[in-house]
Design a binder for this molecule. Structure first.
Ligand code: NAP
Length: 283
């Protein structure tokens, strides 16, 4: 292995410890940062995610309230719950766990969250703020990737970054954050012709596709930074990313593992956003 590992677990632990210090300072001023999580239905993966969000919050001194709503909750009932949480000054962050049951309009639900409580950063106001360079909540996954780049002291100015994937929650905001950090950014997607011709020119590659081995060693310039957002299962059912880690690690300069890379950082950045929501509300 020639690449240096960017250890998401270690960095996330550091972020959590910084959050815990700031939470202590807020509590000393009588403010208890509070995240409200709404879970509709009983999707097994969502159950695991919300449990870990609650545990992470409690570990750093944030209050997290998990509200479980039945799978047949109506759009009107869910919007009414969100309106109540928007109006509650003791709640600083609101997170609606996705995916929602098919009969619910997820985008309308996200838009119902007050932008100043949108700690997932999925509201169009948050996306717009990122687009025009205003302060606002950044989606946790690309925000975590930026922290990883910062942690290795990587200066993005003038570097060529290639983002593979253009979803609203990862690829597009990732590209915007890299652009804001003065990288030259290429966004690739399923209709991109000759993906390798783009990735081979990249100083930084962020893979956010959801397909195993989308990025192989021959597609990477020696010394490049490779950030693997993907979460897939290999033939043995083991968690793996989008990157052929075992081979790409011999070409890249820096690489994130899966598991133990972007995943823990995504979780950590939700805590940062919730803390910042509470800090802004009490400023
Ligand atoms: P998504 O909405 O399905 O988007 C995937 C993107 O990949 C799309 O833009 C798609 O292009 C593109 N794509 C598909 N096949 C491609 C190919 N062969 N070559 C180039 N691009 C291709 O997924 P997402 O929500 O962004 O998530 C991406 C992955 O990250 C998933 O594995 C997800 O589980 C994982 N994830 C991980 C974390 C974490 O914390 N680690 C957080 C969020 C997501 P089109 O737009 O043309 O369809």
């Amino acid at each position: 292995m020639t690449a240096q590992l960017i250890d998401g677990n270690a960095l996330a632990a550091q972020v959590r410890s910084e959050v815990a210090h700031r939470v202590t300072a807020l509590k000393a001023r009588g403010v208890q940062p509070h995240l409200a999580i709404l879970l509709v239905g009983d999707n097994p993966a969502s159950q695991v995610y919300v449990r870990s969000k609650v545990a992470d919050s409690e570990q750093t001194g944030l209050q997290a309230t998990l509200e479980r709503l039945p799978a047949d909750t109506t759009q009107a009932a869910l919007l009414a719950r969100i309106a109540a949480l928007n109006a509650d000054p003791a709640v600083h962050g609101i997170l609606v766990q996705l995916p929602l049951p098919a009969h619910l309009d997820a985008q309308a639900v996200i838009e119902a969250i007050a932008p100043h409580k949108d700690v997932d950063g999925f509201h169009v106001a948050s996306a717009g703020a990122l687009m025009v360079g205003q302060s606002g909540f950044r989606p946790c996954t690309p925000y975590g990737c930026m922290k990883m780049l910062e942690s290795i002291g990587y200066d993005l100015r003038g570097k060529h970054a290639v983002v593979i994937g253009r979803s609203n929650i990862v690829g597009k905001p990732m590209a915007m954050m890299l652009l804001a950090a003065n990288a030259t950014v290429t966004i690739c997607h399923s209709a991109t012709a000759d993906l390798a011709s783009h990735t081979r020119q990249a100083d930084v590659i962020v893979a956010a596709v959801g397909k195993r081995h989308v990025l192989t060693a021959g597609m990477v310039k020696p010394g490049a930074v490779v950030i693997d957002v993907g979460m897939n299962r290999d033939d043995a059912g083991k968690l793996c990313g989008d990157v052929d880690f075992d081979r790409v690690k011999d070409v890249a300069g820096w690489i994130t593992p899966v598991p133990g890379g972007v995943g823990p950082m995504t979780r950590a950045m939700l805590l940062v956003n919730t803390l910042e929501a509470a800090e802004r509300a009490s400023a």
